[in-house]
Design a binder for this molecule. Structure first.
Ligand code: MN3
Length: 261
């Protein structure tokens, strides 16, 4: 194994340790999805590689969410839109020196609002990876266990959450996302963001936290099937959420809150 290969492999292992808590009990996706390749520049500083980020393969068929989300929308959304964000993110970061920001989550937490390429494409990669994760077929159709109890305490229960979440998505002007997140003090909140922003981006959003559930309300997420009927898409999306996947994300985020307080 040459030095370059060794550095790349050892870098991947290190990044894996950092990212693992976020991945939590995730059962879908490639665990290298959000990792980066590490390559030293000529001065020995670590820089982002040109293929640092990889489009995760879907763990389910394009037609698995029919009729809520049609196969053609899925294929274009994953193979064109998400792939596009990954490619543009790689182009944006390639050759840039790394600081402590050596994975996607820390990169987004610190992203400069003026750094449009990383903000938009890094957000796009993170957001869509989460979207496929929480839509993976199977799992509970309602929040379970500790997450359900916390939703009752902070948000008034599952029905109140669903109403607030659907409203956040419906009222987001233009393109964006609706979110259920856990803030750093361990409180759940519902919010929406424009474009590909997300609650990780502390310098770009009013309220920051760890996203647990994200709903894409860009027209590309629903237009083929629903045209302008965003509320019909939202209802369909809500009916397909895998609450076990959301719960796994909640457990991981809650354990980090408990560790840091
Ligand atoms: Mn999208």
């Amino acid at each position: 194994m040459d030095k370059r290969t060794f550095l790349k492999l050892s870098g991947m292992a290190g990044a894996g340790l950092m990212v693992a808590p976020w991945l939590g009990c995730q059962t879908s996706g490639d665990d290298k999805t959000l990792l980066n390749g590490k390559e030293p520049d000529s001065d020995g500083h670590e820089v982002w590689g040109s293929e640092a980020f990889v489009l995760p393969a879907l763990t389910f068929g394009m037609d698995a969410l029919e009729p809520a989300i049609d196969a053609e929308t899925m294929a274009i959304h994953h193979g064109k839109h998400h792939a596009g964000y990954v490619g543009k993110l790689n182009a944006a970061v390639a050759g840039r020196a790394k600081g402590i920001d050596d994975d996607l989550i820390s990169l987004l937490k610190g992203v400069d609002p003026e750094d449009a390429a990383v903000r938009n494409n890094g957000g796009g990669h993170f957001n869509h990876t989460l979207y496929w994760e929480v839509l993976a077929p199977g799992g509970a159709s309602e929040p379970q266990g500790a997450l359900a109890a916390h939703i009752a305490t902070d948000l008034g229960g599952t029905e109140a959450l669903k109403t607030a979440f659907a409203k956040a998505g419906a009222q987001q002007f233009g393109s964006g996302w609706a979110w259920l997140s856990l803030d750093d003090a361990g409180r759940l909140f519902v919010s929406s963001t424009p474009n590909q922003d997300n609650p990780l981006m502390g310098r770009c959003v009013e309220k920051s936290g760890t996203p647990l559930l994200g709903m894409d309300v860009w027209e590309h997420a629903y237009y083929l099937n629903y045209q302008n009927r965003r509320t019909d898409y939202i209802e369909a999306f809500m009916s397909r959420v895998n609450w076990n996947a959301v719960g796994a994300r909640y457990d991981a985020a809650q354990s980090r809150v408990n560790t840091s307080t």
